[in-house]
Design a protein around this ligand. Structure first.
Ligand code: ADP
Ligand code: MG
Length: 700
């Protein structure tokens, strides 16, 4: 069969042929398809349906029962729009099914609806029918125009593709069908036959037609699985290759954690490390001991104690006479880290340099000179400042705190000489496991799941205006007992339709009202970093009892005595942000109380807030957030650099992801570089799709 029609063409030519040469496509239609990103036959073949239309509840008119949702297919006999006395318009469409039964579909006041019909047009109508005298009627059914050859989709699932103007669903279905008929024979199998068997995957020639036009739901599931697996496997191969290459090319100083070094560092910590911290430290120490750059993500829920782990790693570097740098996303956090380290290392020889706002030009120059001369061991600052200005004498470790905005491709670029440094990236935004394995898939991951002992739970309330007086009473009582609290307002965006109350206004209202008896501080965006630091320091030291601020306190800020959190306009915060804010008050030995005042404006914001109130588990919230927002937010963005998934859905394909990742790692271990002949096609596919974003260089 194969090649009979086109004996002179190779398989690759058939697949690469412009869409214009597919059955039913000419130059005009080709332009329309181009707008959908479909240029070649292969593009059409691998245009996976967005969803499927289920015709399994298909009825002929004579089988209809009143009230249930059912679908009838037939031909449009006639249609008529007429006005009523009261000025309304009614459209009636008469459809004749294949047995000669009639169904009347009606629409009220949808004048443009009739443009969708033509006499003799095949359609399906889905809705709840009613018997009106002798005739069955459906009001406002869902109409789907069908191709002439889609006469009898009994029990079928029909694909639903993304559309663009100028092409209809049935037309695109027909083009895909044509492409399958013409080109399916040219499809090349990427997986060796034994591999397919072993992994329970359908061969491509069996799977592709079924994924477009499934014969039933089971077959669809198996066909879909094959492509989901393939897509995730190719990505995981890319990530594994990247890792292998980085291992081979990035030399870093080998920093062994001897028993003596370990004892000296642990002595500094005023508490026993948690089991999670110990495990993470062991993993990091093992990485640092290798002459290859570490690339590790440390994730842990807010308050799980990541800073200590980072401090440990940095001190290992310092013990070997190297420098380590800690970078934070905000000034407030950089300042806090620098204080934490100074306290921790008060009695030691370690020299800390901090590059935070408020330094005079002279002091800053001097600090930079010390770092360049190797006269500073630990360097702390914001990511922006450090990436821009600093030249290091002997940098061995880079720690990036609160890194959640970037993915696979992003790594700090630092000015340095000699070997690569080791990298430790920390995030408190719990990331759904499936996302960690893809966007951060080239990193090793350590996770802190347990909080330090003695932590009290936080109670969370969702409140409206009627609860304000009660909350401020409670808030005041706790302040009198010696606790501290935050009041957080969203950042006001100039373009907002319904402006939120600004942080200044909130502050004014509180100090002249419910909190007038207390020492209240304010941090707002137009303050200099020195001013912010001063206020933060007063709050940390307990000189201020309450702090009114925007979400600058969202990341990292650690004041264990603060146990009260008020969030204003809660609907304006994302779930991760809300969780971060609540994380500010779960750090000490007193229970925390968080109240969110909110007017949910959409279904999504209501779901977000409900989820927030229902659990304090960051990993669970991350999963909900991911499901609500969808992967679109993560993939295909400039930040992350990875192209969007075509068929896999990380919210539901977690198991296949695990499997594909395991298999990809095993394959790259057995055939580094995918050099063996039977892997040539796989290698080509990986390079074609991910070679550039993953900088796979000369593989293949
Ligand atoms: P995060 O992981 O959110 O960055 P931090 O590193 O700021 O958390 O730690 C939160 C608080 O917990 C800090 O006050 C820190 O001193 C304290 N802490 C960290 N580890 C422990 C521990 N093992 N035992 C007791 N307290 C700890
Ligand atoms: Mg932190």
């Amino acid at each position: 069969m194969r090649g009979m029609n086109v004996p002179e063409k190779s398989a690759a030519d058939v697949l690469a042929a412009p869409v214009q040469f597919l059955p039913g496509v000419g130059p005009r239609r080709a332009e329309t398809l181009a707008r959908l990103g479909l240029h070649t036959a292969a593009d059409v073949l691998f245009l996976f349906p967005r969803s499927y239309q289920d015709f399994s509840r298909l009825r002929s008119v004579s089988q209809l029962v009143e009230g249930d949702l059912q679908t009838v297919t037939g031909t449009v006999e006639e249609f008529e729009a007429r006005g009523t006395d009261s000025g309304k318009c009614i459209l009636g469409v008469l459809v004749r099914d294949d047995e000669g039964g009639f169904l009347r579909a009606i629409w009220f006041n949808q004048p443009t609806m009739q443009e969708r019909f033509a006499r003799g047009q095949r359609v399906s109508m889905s809705g709840k029918p009613k018997l009106n005298g002798l005739f069955w009627e459906m009001a406002h059914p869902v109409v789907t125009p069908l191709a002439d050859d889609e006469r009898n989709p009994e029990g079928q699932l029909l694909p639903v593709y993304p559309l663009t103007e100028g092409i209809k669903q049935w037309q695109l279905r027909r083009i895909v069908r044509g492409a399958l008929d013409q080109c399916a024979g040219a499809l090349e199998e990427v997986f060796p036959e034994a591999y397919l068997k072993e992994h329970d995957l359908w061969p491509i020639r069996q799977a592709l037609p079924e994924v477009h036009f499934p014969s039933d739901a089971d077959n669809l599931a198996r066909a879909r699985r094959r492509f989901v697996y393939q897509e995730l496997f190719i990505l995981q191969l890319g990530l594994a290759l990247r890792r292998a290459q980085q291992r081979a090319s990035r030399r870093a100083p080998a920093l062994e954690t001897t028993a003596k070094i370990d004892a000296r560092i642990r002595r500094l910590f005023p508490f026993e490390l948690t089991a999670g911290q110990k495990a993470a430290i062991a993993e990091i120490a093992a990485d640092l001991a290798q002459p290859v750059a570490m690339n590790r993500l440390l994730q842990g829920d807010v308050g799980s104690g990541k800073t200590v782990v980072a401090a440990y790693a940095m001190l290992v570097a310092v013990a070997h006479g190297h420098q380590a740098v800690l970078m934070a996303p905000t000034e407030v956090l950089a300042q806090q880290h620098s204080l934490t380290l100074e306290r921790l290392l008060a009695g030691s020889q370690v020299r800390i340099a901090s590059l935070v706002g408020g330094l005079s030009a002279g002091a800053r120059q001097e600090t930079l000179a010390r770092i360049a001369a190797g006269e500073a061991d630990l360097i702390v600052g914001t990511q922006a400042v450090i990436q821009e200005d600093v030249a290091f004498a002997k940098l061995a470790l880079v720690v990036i705190d609160e890194q959640h905005k970037f993915g696979v491709r992003q790594r700090a670029t630092l000015r340095r000489a000699g070997d690569d440094p080791h990298y430790l990236v920390m995030t408190a935004t719990p990331i759904p496991r499936t996302v960690t394995m893809t966007l951060f898939g080239d990193l090793d991951v350590s996770t802190l799941r347990d909080a330090p002992p003695g932590r009290q739970p936080v109670k969370t309330y969702l409140a409206d205006e009627t609860k304000r007086a009660k909350w401020w009473d409670f808030f005041s009582r706790k302040l009198r007992e010696g606790r501290q609290g935050y009041v957080v307002t969203p950042l006001v965006d100039e373009s907002d339709q319904t402006p939120a109350v600004s942080v200044e206004e909130t502050y004014e209202a509180l100090v002249n009202g419910p909190l007038e008896a207390f020492r209240v501080g304010l941090i707002h965006g137009r303050m200099t970093s020195a001013e912010k630091d001063a206020v933060m320091e007063d709050f940390r030291a307990g000189r201020l009892q309450a702090l009114v601020c925007t979400s600058v306190v969202e990341v990292g800020v650690d004041v264990p005595n603060a146990t009260l959190m008020t969030i204003e306009d809660g609907q304006r915060f994302g779930l991760a942000q809300l969780h971060q804010l609540r994380g500010r008050i779960s750090r000490g030995s007193h229970p925390g109380f968080c109240t969110v005042f909110a007017n949910p404006t959409s279904d999504e914001s209501r779901k977000r807030l409900d989820a927030f109130v229902s659990t304090t588990d960051g990993f669970q919230l991350a999963q909900v957030d991911f499901e609500l927002r969808g992967p679109g937010e993560l993939f295909g963005t400039k930040q992350h650099g990875l192209p969007p998934m075509r068929i896999a859905d990380l919210t539901r394909d977690g198991e296949v992801l695990d499997e594909s990742r395991r298999d990809a790692l095993a394959l790259v271990a057995s055939d580094p570089g995918l050099a063996r002949d039977e892997h040539a096609l796989l290698r080509r596919m990986v390079v074609a799709r991910y070679g550039k974003v993953l900088e796979l260089g000369d593989v293949g």
